[in-house]
Every structure is written in C-alpha cells, then in structure tokens.
Design a protein around this ligand. Structure first.
Ligand SMILES: Nc1ncnc2c1ncn2[C@@H]1O[C@H](COP(=O)(O)OP(=O)(O)OP(=O)(O)O)[C@@H](O)[C@H]1O
Ligand SMILES: [Mg+2]
Length: 294
C-alpha cells in the first residue's frame, strides 16, 4: 500500500480524541472581517466549518466586517473614526454598517458555507430578537482626571442574547451566521463590536469553545513575539502600557468575559493561515493565543 495513503489514515485517527471531545458541543467562531483576505481563504474557512458540522459539532459563526465597511464608506465619501478600537457610528455610518454587515458580508459567508456543502442561515441580531442592546457609554480612564465619557453614536453593547433561534437552527442542522447588529427597546439600530457579540453568544449557548479568527498570529508582546497564553492580570497590564491596542482591546476583554461565563477556552488565531480552525481544534499544539480567566 502506498505510504502516502497510510499516512492519511493516521492523520484521521489522530483527530479522534478531539472529535470525541467536541461531538455534540457548540463552538462559537468569530470570523473577523480582517481574516476574510481572499477567495481561497474564505473557501478554506467554509470547508473547515462544514467539516465541523458533519462530524457532529455545532458551529455558530459571528462575523465582523471592518475593512468591508471601511471600503464602502470611502466610496460614499463618509469619513471613518475609531476610539478605543470601536467605530464612531453616526446615522449615515449606521446605515452603511447594517447594509454591509447584514447584507453583503453575511450573505457572502452563507453562500460559501452552502457551496461547501453546509446549510447556513444568515441573521442579524434583530432576527428572532436574538440580540438586545443599548447605547454604549464608553468611559476612558485618564491619569489623575475623572474618566472621559465618549459618545460613539450608534455603537451598542449587548444587554441580552436570546438563543432560541440559534438553538432551533442548530437542532435542524443549520449553521447560524450572525451579523453584529442589534436594536434597543425603542427600536433604535446599533452597531456592536463583533467580538463582544460573539462572546455573549458563546456564553448564552453554553459553548465549549470560543475561537476568534483575525489577521495576526495571536496577541503579540512588545517585541512582536506571540504570547501563547494570557491571563486577566497580564492582559490588563498590556492594555495599560499600550502593547494591546485598537481592535485587539475589545477582543481580549471579551475573551476574558467568555471564559468567566463558563466557556471552556477562548483562543485568538490567525485567520490568514489556511485551515487554522482545524489546526487549533484538532491538534495537540494548537495555535495562536489562549486566554485564561484567572
Ligand atoms: N498586541 C497586539 N497583538 C496583536 N495584534 C494587535 C495588538 N494590538 C493591536 N493589535 C491589532 O489588532 C488587530 C486585530 O483587530 P481588528 O479589529 O483589526 O480585526 P478583527 O476583529 O479580526 O476584524 P473585524 O473588526 O473586522 O471583525 C490586528 O490587526 C492588530 O493590528
Ligand atoms: Mg475587530
């Protein structure tokens, strides 16, 4: 028998302990807009997710779309501004955010998953009342001064997740794909950072794992070296001294929250690496940065 073929059987058997571990479990995957680099990466991602489904794992996707929103705003000559890694969202920006996220990006992911042989359903936080939110009051600490309250416009924070729709989709074999847009009690629409939505969803569905795909190899230290494991105290120090900044701030904070809420493990991995999801879930070594609670 060809050696190459024999090796394939070994590889499949090596995955057995992990398949057993995750069988019947829910895994929430934050698919960063920055990880959607090109068509082949998107296809590889879709295949990994569909494979998970077919081996009995329940993947739930929450996606971002920062670069895609940025490109559309540019085309429309609407200026972009970020504070603490969050997009300042006025009325015009909110319209674009919702159209791009819940329309274009969401349906693209659904299409890729379906082409890979899955049955994906796209929803925004509005569907089934899945995400309830309120306007985010962002307070930024300043040395020797009272905290500054920043008005980010239509940027929301999750107040509750109703997992009923997500659960019924999973039960019927569908892969839920969620755009991070929600409404408050007055019907006002909000743009919510996708990391924080994913984290709240992971808590609400009792996910075994929370995996975040982004465009870096994980969390990097001051010297640019990958940090394999990070706890709350060290994370806060690295945010405080500016090593962790921009879009990595909400990511790290929400991983800590997810772990606090009982999600087995939160991992930030490189979405630019083809099949990174499988490498993380089905190999001993894993990749990227693991966030632990204590
Ligand atoms: N210490 C750090 N280590 C690694 N990346 C960092 C660090 N500090 C800041 N970053 C930035 O965080 C970015 C990832 O967050 P970003 O919000 O840009 O992407 P995303 O969340 O994957 O995509 P999206 O926001 O579209 O969903 C990296 O590209 C990097 O520039
Ligand atoms: Mg981000």
């Amino acid at each position: 028998m060809d050696q190459h073929v024999m090796l394939k059987a070994d590889v499949l058997l090596e995955a057995l302990p992990y398949i057993r571990q995750f069988y019947g479990q829910t895994i929430v995957i934050k698919y960063g807009g920055h990880a959607m680099k090109d068509e082949s990466l998107k296809q590889a991602f879709a295949k990994c997710v569909v494979l998970l489904k077919y081996i009995g794992v329940n993947p739930v996707i929450v996606h971002g779309g920062g670069p895609q929103i940025g490109r559309m705003l540019e085309q429309l000559n609407i200026p972009c501004q970020f504070r603490e890694g969050l997009r300042v969202t006025d009325d015009a920006t909110m319209n674009v955010v919702e159209m791009v996220l819940a329309g274009k990006v969401n349906k693209e992911i659904v299409t890729q998953l379906n082409l890979a042989g899955g049955k994906a359903v796209g929803l925004s936080g509005k569907d089934g009342g899945t995400i309830s939110c309120r306007k985010l009051e962002l307070a930024v600490d300043r040395e020797n001064l009272p905290p500054e309250i920043i008005d980010l416009g239509h940027v929301g924070e999750v107040t509750a997740i109703d997992p009923t729709l997500i659960r019924s989709l999973m039960r019927d074999g569908f892969i839920p794909v969620i755009a991070p847009v929600g409404v408050d009690e007055h019907g006002e629409t909000y743009n919510i950072n996708a990391d924080t939505v994913a984290s709240a969803v992971a808590g609400a569905v009792g996910a075994r794992r929370f995996v975040l795909l982004t465009d870096v190899s994980g969390i990097l230290d001051k010297a640019g070296e990958l940090i394999a494991s990070l706890d709350r105290k060290r994370a806060m120090e690295l945010i405080g001294d500016g090593t962790i900044k921009g879009g990595m701030i909400p990511k790290v904070k929400c991983c800590i929250e997810a772990v606090d809420e009982g999600v087995g493990k939160a991992q930030i991995i490189d979405g630019r690496l083809p099949n990174s999801l499988l490498l993380e879930l089905f190999t001993e070594e894993g990749i990227g940065t693991e966030i632990v609670g204590a």
